[in-house]
Design a protein around this ligand. Structure first.
Ligand code: CDP
Length: 806
């Protein structure tokens, strides 16, 4: 296209900037098998590590005999806790302020715990030798049920904490107690509940699930002893934070550590933490002087690497008889497993659970959370959600439906009646969060109208009558999930992890020929950052997105940032990108004015150029300015066109959405057919509608999985049940319904381009819509709540309990 004759509209299209459904640039290599994942990294002389893991959930280790393993050809070393002690690495700090055994030190606390690390010339030798390590265990009583964790006679799990009455988050009441965290006005909430006309109470459990990314966790550690340089490739969602933590615990200076996150096959919170495999690979590489790779298999990943949820939430919600909510109370029993390794900002041991007042104008609320140890794997990560926001969203959306039953009111009507009004934004919730913007009534009205909600309810009435007359064995359910997320952690004043403020960054270099590279502190795990961040910049600085390379994940080149999780990339790094772009534009404006021989204020930016005000035929394109930046800048100005922005957001962003699910349940088999799923998302300004749609499809599929089948469960001996893809539900195209997507646009007032995050919204909002639909199908039979996951067996059991099976 000839830029000189192109119209403003054509030039805009040429940029492929914000709002364009630009195709994903990263897919060119993914669809041709040219991705570069950590397991693709092969270095000369590289060894492989594999773990010996505990078959017991709770046992004392009396001895470890390595002899037979060391005799296997190709085996180079077998590390145990005793080998790590001299370098002070037998234990490591967790993100939650606890400590965790790297290799079992005297006892094991969960099935699958890492006991020894075998290093060999290839994976097979390492794996064979791991089987030959003889560990003498003495079984101890097992604690699986979190409700029994604080019984007086409960077994002592953490002997290392013996006598410690203070934890990272205040006093501990019991040897298996981690913390109590409280927020809100307890007295006022108790008063609201005791004076209320109607109170609904329910225990709502969000079961233990697992992010289960297609690519499991792994790393390659390579210690160059001559130069004292450690290079660590890994599946890290926060490479800079990993480098800092690695430096602090290894005492290798930070500038001598290079952390690289190559392509990542899905993270979903699973790859935020630091795992024993990383530490063992680094130690092995230091000891043996060659690179060491560790890649876990699927069962190891599901069994031991970062579970999510396991929240048991007892809620009470009060209202007037005509449905005006007056108060909300919640106590959470949080099962954190054997070590508190939750990924939460330092000041929030229960993450952002206190967003649990949801989208409603609730005058008073109180939340308390007790974290406890059990004989289960550690984790508590944000599985495609912003630090416990999905637990909060599920809780409030179920409580609203439970209240609606009690009031005998339509759940949509109850929601509309209690939504925070558009005019109330910025809105401060009873638990202290300032919601930036929202228009809930419009979103809900659009959703209800699109699915013909009233007609659905009429159809359901007819279905129930037909069911009563035994004319059908199928029950219809309609579930609404209206969510408000809190994403974009976050303002440094609120959010840090291990003392690292949660800002993010972007550095831009514009090259002389008018193309550019942008480097960010975040890291894509499939979200399409290389596509969308270039679009933000294209609109900001007028260089076509196709001429902008986006690079993330290499700590030697990218500016420091806190990484990608909690849908924070767009709210924080996206903002940094726009701000760095504006710095480029400000300098470019001065250069353009100089070239055009006018005052800086006499030129204005127009799509891809600076135009003299009132004389549109006089302009300098961004490409011309870029070249001039390297040979003809105003006197006194430095040459070059580069900028960096470290962005500390003034607030979080609060995307929201209205989801409606329609199901048909066969009561004799429990088979639940998802007839329809409509998802309206509002993520503020939309950067790439196609990528947003893809994110929503993916998130809804995960929500379907969680609501309808995923669970990491344990038997009474602490054996993990179903930690393989034979049993752990990962939906395929067969189980996945057609997703109908829609949107409204309510920009964030504080974000430079008005964008909010979206990646996690469908997971956060979807789960309650599915669950509410299943519960709704049985509501007329007296059901108020049945626990997830709603797999066929459980749904059938519910039908049986209600006496409607054949
Ligand atoms: O932090 P993460 O990348 O997981 O989540 P996100 O910030 O919600 O972004 C997910 C993807 O959706 C990115 O490629 C974003 O650029 C894109 N997105 C968008 O196009 N418009 C928005 N308003 C929000 C996200």
């Amino acid at each position: 296209m000839n830029a000189e004759v192109a119209s403003v509209e054509e030039r805009k299209q040429n940029l492929k900037g914000m709002g364009t459904a630009r195709r994903r640039v990263e897919d060119v290599r993914f669809v041709q098998g040219k991705g570069n994942y950590v397991d693709d990294i092969k270095l000369p002389g590289m060894l492989f590590g594999d773990f010996v893991r505990s078959p017991y959930a709770h046992a004392r280790i009396k001895s470890v005999n390595k002899e037979a393993a060391l005799a296997v050809p190709g085996v180079k070393a077998v590390l145990t806790a005793d080998d790590l002690k001299p370098v002070n690495l037998a234990w490591m700090p967790t993100l939650a302020g606890d400590v965790q055994m790297v290799l079992a030190d005297g006892k094991v606390l969960f099935q699958g715990q890492e006991v020894a690390f075998v290093v060999a010339e290839d994976r097979y030798a390492a794996s064979d030798a791991a089987e030959l390590v003889e560990v003498d265990y003495e079984e101890l009583p097992v604690l699986v049920d979190p409700f029994k964790a604080m019984d007086p006679g409960a077994p002592v799990l953490r002997e290392d904490l013996d006598g410690k009455t203070e934890g990272a988050h205040g006093p501990r009441r019991h040897h298996n107690h981690i913390f109590t965290w409280e927020v809100g006005d307890k007295d006022a909430t108790d008063r609201a509940l005791s004076e209320a006309e109607v109170v609904a109470k329910e225990l709502i459990t969000y079961q233990r699930v697992h992010p289960c990314p297609l690519e499991t966790a792994g790393c390659v550690a390579s210690m160059d002893k001559v130069n004292g340089q450690l290079t660590l490739w890994g599946t890290f969602q926060a490479p800079h934070a990993v480098r800092t933590v690695a430096s602090l615990i290894s005492t290798i200076p930070e500038h001598k550590i290079r952390v690289i996150s190559p392509d990542i096959g899905g993270g979903f919170g699973n790859k935020v933490g630091v795992y024993p495999g990383y530490i063992c690979a680094v130690v092995a590489s230091i000891v043996l002087g060659v690179p060491v790779k560790w890649i876990e298999d699927r069962i190891e990943n599901l069994q031991s690497t970062a579970f999510a949820r396991d929240y048991h939430m007892t809620g009470e919600i009060s209202a007037t008889r005509d449905g005006r909510i007056t108060g909300l109370k919640c106590h959470v029993l949080a099962d954190h497993g054997g070590f508190d390794a939750c990924a939460d900002p330092t000041k929030f041991p229960a993450g952002f659970f206190n967003i649990c007042t949801g989208s409603y104008d609730i005058p008073v609320a109180h939340v308390s959370v007790d974290g406890v140890y059990t004989n289960k794997a550690p984790g508590g990560v944000a599985y495609r959600c912003s630090f416990r926001v999905t637990e909060a969203s599920y809780f409030i959306e179920r409580m609203i439906d439970v209240l609606a039953r009690k009031l005998e009111m339509d759940p949509a009507e109850l929601r509309m009646k209690n939504f925070i009004g558009k005019e109330q934004f910025p809105y401060t919730s009873a638990l202290g969060w300032e919601y930036d913007s929202g228009d809930y009534h419009t979103a809900m009205e659009k959703a209800l109208e699109t699915v013909s909600y009233k007609a659905l309810r009429d159809e359901q009435k007819a279905n129930r009558e037909a069911f009563a007359r035994s004319e059908t064995r199928s029950l219809m359910g309609v579930g609404i999930g209206f969510f408000t997320e809190i994403v974009g952690a976050g303002p440094i004043k609120n959010c840090d992890i291990l003392g690292l403020g949660m800002f993010d960054s972007c550095e831009i270099r514009v090259h002389p020929t008018g193309s550019a590279i942008a480097r960010l502190g975040t890291i894509s795990q499939g979200q399409g950052h290389a596509t969308t961040f270039a679009q933000i910049l294209a609109s900001e600085i007028g260089i076509p997105a196709d001429q902008i390379t986006v690079e993330e994940g290499d700590t030697d080149t990218a500016p420091y940032g806190l990484g990608t999780y909690g849908s924070r990339s767009t709210p924080v790094a996206g903002a940094a990108t726009a701000m760095a772009g504006r710095k480029i534009k400000a300098k470019a404006q001065m250069i353009a004015a100089y070239l055009l021989e006018v005052h800086d204020d006499d030129v204005e930016f127009e799509v891809d150029r600076f135009v003299v005000k009132g004389a549109p035929e006089r302009f300098k394109t961004m490409a011309e300015v870029a070249f001039a930046a390297y040979n003809n800048v105003p006197p006194g100005m430095e040459p070059g066109l580069e900028a960096v922005s470290y962005y500390d957001p003034p607030n979080m962003t609060y995307p929201f959405g209205a989801y409606i699910c329609v199901v048909d349940i066969d009561v004799d088999t429990g088979v639940t057919d998802i007839r329809r799923f409509y998802a309206l998302d509002d993520c503020g300004t939309r950067i790439n509608p196609m990528i947003i749609e893809g994110q929503v499809h993916g998130g809804l599929t995960e929500a379907l999985a969680i609501a309808m089948g995923q669970e990491i469960s344990y038997d009474e001996m602490g054996n993990v049940k179903g930690a393989s893809l034979m049993d752990f539900f990962l939906p395929t195209a067969v189980e996945t319904p057609v997703w109908e997507t829609d949107f409204t646009v309510t920009p964030s007032p504080h974000h430079p381009i008005g964008a909010k995050g979206v990646g996690e919204s469908p997971n956060v909002g979807g789960v309650s819509a599915f669950s509410n639909a299943v519960n709704d199908a049985f509501a007329h039979l007296g059901l108020t709540h049945t626990q997830m996951p709603h797999d066929h067996w459980r749904v059938w059991k519910t039908a049986e309990r209600l006496g409607v099976t054949a």
